[in-house]
Design a protein around this ligand. Structure first.
Ligand SMILES: Nc1nc2c(ncn2[C@@H]2O[C@H](COP(=O)(O)OP(=O)(O)OP(=O)(O)O)[C@@H](O)[C@H]2O)c(=O)[nH]1
Ligand SMILES: [Mg+2]
Length: 224
């Protein structure tokens, strides 16, 4: 659920990167941190083990020029992929405005991807938001590896639904399509927000959420 503050004219959204262990969630956030202009993003906060496994979450916030008259911020979180941290997944998913599901393209990782996807669906349901009601973007990562499964197969596994999610092929380690994925989920989140709220530069500071008019749906993220 977006957080709207009319007094200081800010709107913030929460986007959560989910997926199986080691699929590349943290690498996405690290690349975003590297690629974006430091003036438009926070420092990267990572709570990880000595072996770089995400322990609680990674966090990065990114500012975008998305809603006229309002400072718009996207708070990006990753969750640990390991099933032992399911309670963390459920907690971090709470109030999420959008989800990026990162799938590891390697053929032998499909069982883990499916398990992670089912766990995502179950936790969203427990939080009262079925996956089909939430903006979701799929990212088929590690396309650089020789044992990557065909994209058609991944689409069959994760995207056989009446209204398919947007999906991207990526190589997060080199940064390929990392920002494209972020732009797509940000736009989807803004699109959903605009369908239920309208804000303008002229919105009175004391106006109730969901009252006035606007917005250009495409956030401008400043590259470094
Ligand atoms: N070849 C290749 N390796 C990648 C890619 N993306 C991530 N990796 C590597 O995969 C490993 C795991 O990446 P992480 O980003 O830590 O994965 P994670 O999903 O955050 O892992 P957990 O937090 O433990 O669930 C690291 O060694 C990365 O360098 C990619 O696109 N291609
Ligand atoms: Mg991680």
């Amino acid at each position: 659920m977006p957080s709207i503050h009319h007094e200081d004219r800010t709107v913030s959204f929460k986007i959560v990167y989910c997926g199986a262990p080691l699929c590349g969630k943290t690498t996405n956030i690290q690349q975003i941190h590297t690629k974006l202009d430091p003036r438009g993003r926070s420092d990267l906060v990572s709570l990880s083990t000595a072996r770089d496994r995400t322990l609680f979450f990674d966090f990065l916030s990114v500012e975008a020029d998305a809603i006229p008259g309002y400072k718009t911020t996207f708070h990006l979180y990753t969750v640990p992929g390991q099933v032992t941290y399911n309670a963390t997944l459920q907690l971090v998913l709470r109030q999420a405005d959008g989800v990026v599901f990162v799938a590891d393209s390697q053929m032998d990782r499909q069982r883990d991807n499916l398990q992670a996807f089912q766990s995502l669906e179950a936790n969203l349901r427990l939080n009262g938001v079925p996956i089909d009601r939430l903006p979701v973007v799929l990212q088929y990562n590690k396309r650089d590896l020789p044992n990557a499964a065909p994209v058609e197969y991944l689409e069959y596994l994760f995207n056989s639904r009446p209204v398919p999610f947007l999906s991207f092929e990526s190589d997060a380690r080199s940064g390929r399509n990392v920002l494209a994925t972020l732009n797509a989920i940000s736009q989807a989140v803004l699109h959903q927000f605009n369908a239920g709220h309208t804000l303008t530069a002229a919105s009175p500071a004391q106006s109730a959420p969901g009252s006035l008019a606007t917005s250009q749906p495409s956030p401008e993220l400043a590259a470094a």
